[in-house]
Structure formats: C-alpha cells, structure tokens
Ligand binder design. Structure first.
Ligand SMILES: Nc1ncnc2c1ncn2[C@@H]1O[C@H](COP(=O)(O)OP(=O)(O)OP(=O)(O)O)[C@@H](O)[C@H]1O
Ligand SMILES: [Mg+2]
Length: 595
C-alpha cells in the first residue's frame, strides 16, 4: 500500500512512473485485487474478523510452523525454475473412446444443455456418457462398479476428459455432485504413468483442502481407488502427531492430501519436497484462495514446477477469486454445471425463518422435537462461535438430545471420534462451526439448521450442501435475524435460483435495507474489503425493490409451469416441497407455532 502522505513529491513521481510502466490492464487489476486483499488482511485482527474467515474452527492453523517471521513457510526459498533443465513428464493420457470421438455434435450439445454444462476455454473434449467411455484402467473401473455407481455425474462426465488431457482446469458443480472422484481418478492415471518414486522423492500428486476432516475424507477416497494399483498416500494435517505422518513421507507416497499449515511445516523441515509434484489439486479452491489461506497456498505452489497440471474445484466461484486463481493456472478450461450464478443444490428444501436473536433457542428446541420424531433425522446445526457451539450442545444434551459438537478448539482426537459417531449415526445431531461447512460427505444427513446465518452466501450454499447429497433430498432451516438484513438480498437470489418459496418477511427485510444505508452493502466477504460495496453477492438493482414490495404479503412461485399464490406459513404447514411432492416437510407444528 502506498502512503502518499509519508513520501516526498519526487518519490510520488517515481511511484507514478512505475505505475505507468505497468501498462497491462490485467496485471493492474490483479495488483489491485492483491492490494485490496492485503489491506483487508491487515485489518482483520479482531476476533470477529477471524471468525468471518472460518477462524471459528475452519482454519487449520499450525502453531509449531510459526517461525521467526511469524508466517508458516516464511523460511522456504522459492526455487528458480528453469523449464529447459527440468525432467520432462507426461500429463496428457487421454485417448478418446471411439464412441465419444464419433458422437454426433448435436447429441453432445444436447447432453451439455440438459445437464446445464457451461464451458470456457479452447478445444474442450466431448463428455463421456458412461464409465467405460472414460478410458480408465480396469482396476479403477472395478472399484467404480464395487461402489455401485451407475453412471458418471455431470462434472465427472465432462471433467474427466479434460483432466486426463493434462489441462489446467476449474470445475464448479453443486455440493454432493462427485467432484472428489473427478480429480482423484485422473490423479491415479497420472501417477501410474510417471516413473517410480526414488528415495527422498516427494509426492507426484498433491491435494490441498481447508480442513482436517475433509483432508481425511479425501484420503479415504484415495485409498479406495488407489490401493488396487499400489498407490500410497498420506494425509498431513495439524493437531495430530507428526511422527506417523513423517514416517509415511519417509517411506514414499505418491499422493499427499494436506491442509496447508502442516504441509508447510514438513516442507520447511525438509521432511518432504514438491520437486516430483506434477498434479496439483485445490479442493474447495475459493476457500483455499481466500484471505485466510492464500499466502500459504502461494508459498506451497512456489515449490511446484510451473509446468504442472493444476485443477481447482468448488461448488462456488465468486468472481473475486477468478483473477487470483488465474495466477496459478495456464490456458485453463472451466466447467460449470448448473447456474453460473451462486446456486445451491436443488435437492434441498430451503426454509428461512425470520426471527429475533432471543427467539432462536426456543425455535431450535421446537424444531429438534419435530426432527427427532422422524426415522431419518441426522442433523447438522451450524453456529457461529466455538463458545456458543459448546453452550448450545450442553443445553441440547441436558434436554436429552443425542448431540455432539465439533470446532477448532477441540483436540483432534475428539474431533475424530465426534465425526465418527456422527457418521455411524450413534450421535445423530452434530453442532458445528464452519469447520464442518465444506466438503464433508456424511451419508444420510437429512437436515441442516443454520442457527446463525453465515458470514456470506457462499458459506450458506456449502453449509446447506451437507444434505441432499448423491441426488438425495434434504431440508435446510435458517434462522435469519434483522442483524443479517444486509445479506438478505444475496440469500433471496440463491432461493430464487432454486425455485424456493421466499418468506415475505425476508423480502421485507431486504426491502428495508434496499433504500437505506444497507443498499449495496451485502454481508462481509472474505474476498473483498469490508464495508466496500456489494458484499457477498452482486450489486442489486431497482427491480428487486418492486419485487419485494409487490410480494410483501404473499408470494408467487412457479412449479411445474404453474404459478401459485398462497401464504408462506400455509405452504409449509401443508407440507408442500418445491423438490417433489414428498410429504415430508418436518416442523409442521413448528411452523404453525411460529405464527
Ligand atoms: N458417479 C457417481 N454416482 C453416484 N454417486 C457418486 C458418484 N460419484 C461420486 N459419488 C458419491 O457422491 C457423494 C458426494 O461426492 P463428493 O463428496 O465428491 O461431492 P462434492 O461434489 O465434492 O461435494 P462438496 O461440494 O460438498 O464437496 C460421495 O458419497 C460419492 O461417493
Ligand atoms: Mg468435495
């Protein structure tokens, strides 16, 4: 940041000259982004700010890797990469199946249109229609069959041919749509085509993930699909003893799945290196590139040869991340499945309860009674702070509910058994901070409750995405208070995109903000400076206001081409779901008691 006030006029002139020289508009906008982010970082010192980027437990912060300069990885030297002297390696393995190659372009287009696949980039190969067309080796196909999958999901169908071609790529598809296999299976093919590891070689594939639990989950997938071809892996994450992880590294592993802090620790201590790494994955890439992680990611990527293949995945891709991501991608292809705007999984019924803060605990209690009376009742309750997570869990237990909780202050051991009990169903209620918001794939989560609204609508999409996975249905309840009003517009966009019934009180809140101070001030955004216009979502236009006014007492919703007008409370007490005609909206008395 340049403080003109502290510089002489000559210096200011010099600075201006320098700025002029930097004439490329692209690099200028990147620079601006970077400055804005570092400004935001330097401001983000209050506990509240730390919470806003997942500090409430989402962030895996290494303590021992802090060094004299306070930043993990600060002692790492950036290698000077000379592409002429680097050992060449192969990254394009894709041999299109005859059926794929010769498919009528109209059929390909029709498939992409049906699946809502949008592509960006040159020479993108056709999608595959079934597993056999993807050209995976038999040992991978056998595992796919063993898992009982019948066909590739859309992101897999279009993502595999790109990933197998060695292209850099960004893959954006809804929560629970199978992104993990979209990058793990090509990683296996990539690894099996490289020369064997020698002693002291680091991994060939590196997968970075934002939380320990997610990293462990990815490791399970790497185990399931890699073991038949003898691919070894390890998972490096904080909070667990380093010994076992170091031993894995010593023995040689082809895949490392890591949270950034612990990986930097091992890189600094020379326990591993990324000289052999040619396949890099950022899972939950927008989270990995936000201001909590970006400096660490940059440090790690500097250690990897520039001609590597880089793949980024998420269910959300805010435009602020795009420029930054491009720093790490070359001639990349991008796939979006579904809407290009921020969107939630359409298999989730989203219910927004506009209420006051003091009402939340009673509401939660009523809702839990309804939910727990159901046979399928696995539920995640998201709460903003670690302290409140502990407090509410205590109260739930006191009321007799089988609740466990997880957040960043718990020991890793406790985090592990809590998640295990939740996965197995032994404890069907998990209370969590955003540490559980991304990527976690727990079978049969039927309900998500946002006790506190998250800091931005991307997080909302990820949180509710813990249900409705693998084409199953789920319900998300969200308590939304007037304090959250500056995020109402963004939420309304997400609801509208998914054809959800919109609570008129939410429209009223949005409306109340629209004309006043809150206009164009969405929630804080971790990719944008605080207080800057816009916040989490896009700017709003005048249309919004008339929409909310005209519907402040009733709403209209399109379903199956029919438009209906009825009251919000009645729509839920009559158990109508926008997902299907299923008669399963839980919380009927909850909704009637609300009014
Ligand atoms: N082709 C397939 N058919 C059926 N199920 C699949 C298929 N591929 C993956 N799955 C399953 O779908 C579930 C969700 O996959 P995954 O966790 O990869 O989703 P995701 O897209 O990464 O979601 P998120 O955005 O929440 O991280 C997993 O249980 C996985 O085993
Ligand atoms: Mg995932």
């Amino acid at each position: 940041m340049i403080h003109h006030g502290t510089k002489s006029p000559v210096m200011i002139k010099e600075v201006k000259k320098l700025q002029k020289r930097n004439s490329s508009s692209k690099s200028r906008s990147r620079e601006r982004d970077r400055r804005r982010r570092s400004r935001t970082r330097s401001r983000s010192r209050s506990p509240r700010d730390r919470r806003s980027w997942g500090g409430s437990g989402g962030r895996d912060r290494p303590s021992s890797s802090r060094n004299s300069r306070g930043q993990p990885g600060a002692n790492l030297r950036k290698p000077r990469w000379d592409l002429n002297r680097l050992e060449p390696f192969k990254k394009d393995f894709y041999v299109p199946h005859n059926a794929v190659q010769n498919r009528d372009p109209r059929i390909v287009e029709q498939y992409r249109a049906e699946k809502e696949i949008t592509l960006r980039g040159k020479n993108i190969p056709n999608p595959v229609f079934d597993f056999d067309e993807a050209g995976f080796p038999d040992y991978v196909l056998r595992e796919i069959k063993r898992q009982g999958f019948s066909e590739p999901t859309s992101i897999q169908a279009q993502g595999w041919p790109i990933a197998l071609s060695g292209r850099d790529m960004v893959g954006i598809a809804s929560t629970g749509s199978g992104k993990t296999l979209s990058y793990i299976l090509p990683a296996i093919v990539h690894i099996n085509s490289q020369p064997k590891l020698s002693r002291k070689d680091g991994p060939i594939a590196l997968v970075l993930a934002p939380t320990r639990e997610l990293a462990q989950q990815i490791q399970q997938v790497a185990d399931d699909f890699g073991h038949s071809s003898g691919i070894r892996n390890t998972c490096l994450y904080g909070g667990a003893p380093k010994g076992a992880q170091a031993r894995d590294l010593d023995g040689g592993v082809e895949i490392v799945i890591a949270t950034p802090g612990r990986l930097l620790d091992f890189l600094e201590s020379g326990k591993t290196n990324l000289k052999r790494c040619t396949y890099l994955v950022l899972d939950e890439a927008d989270r990995m590139l936000d201001m909590g992680f970006e400096p660490q990611i940059r440090k790690i990527i500097e250690q990897i040869r520039p001609d590597r293949q880089t793949l980024m995945w998420s269910a959300t891709w805010p435009k602020e991340v795009k420029n930054l991501a491009e720093d790490f991608l070359k001639d990349y292809a991008q796939i979006n499945v579904g809407s290009l705007q921020l969107s939630a999984n359409h298999n989730i019924l989203q219910i927004i309860d506009v209420c006051q803060d003091y009402e939340k605990e009673n509401k939660l209690s009523t809702l839990l009674k309804e939910i727990m009376a159901e046979s399928e009742n696995k539920t995640i309750v998201f709460i903003e702070t670690k302290r409140r997570v502990d407090e509410i869990t205590r109260k739930m237990k006191r009321d007799g509910w089988p609740a466990v909780c997880i957040h960043g202050d718990k020991t890793q051991q406790e985090r592990d058994w809590v998640l295990q009990d939740f996965r197995s169903g032994k404890a069907p209620i998990l209370v969590a901070t955003d540490v559980a918001a991304r990527g976690l794939d727990v079978e049969d989560v039927k309900f998500v409750i946002n006790f506190d609204y998250p800091s931005c609508s991307e997080d909302y999409v990820h949180r509710i995405g813990r249900t409705g996975r693998r084409q199953k249905t789920g319900t998300a309840y969200t308590f939304f208070t007037p304090n959250n009003a500056n995020k109402a517009n963004d939420l309304i966009q997400v609801l509208k995109e998914a054809n959800q019934v919109i609570n008129p009180k939410l429209l009223e809140l949005a409306d109340s903000k629209a004309g006043g101070y809150g206009r164009n001030r969405g929630g804080r955004n971790r990719w944008r400076s605080r207080g800057g216009g816009g916040g989490c979502g896009s700017g709003r236009n005048g249309k919004e206001r008339s929409y909310s006014r005209s519907r402040s007492r009733s709403y209209s919703r399109e379903r199956n081409g029919r438009s209906s007008r009825r009251s919000y409370s009645r729509s839920y007490s009559r158990s109508r779901s926008p997902i299907s005609n299923r008669n399963e909206v839980i919380g009927k008395s909850y909704w009637s008691s609300e009014r």
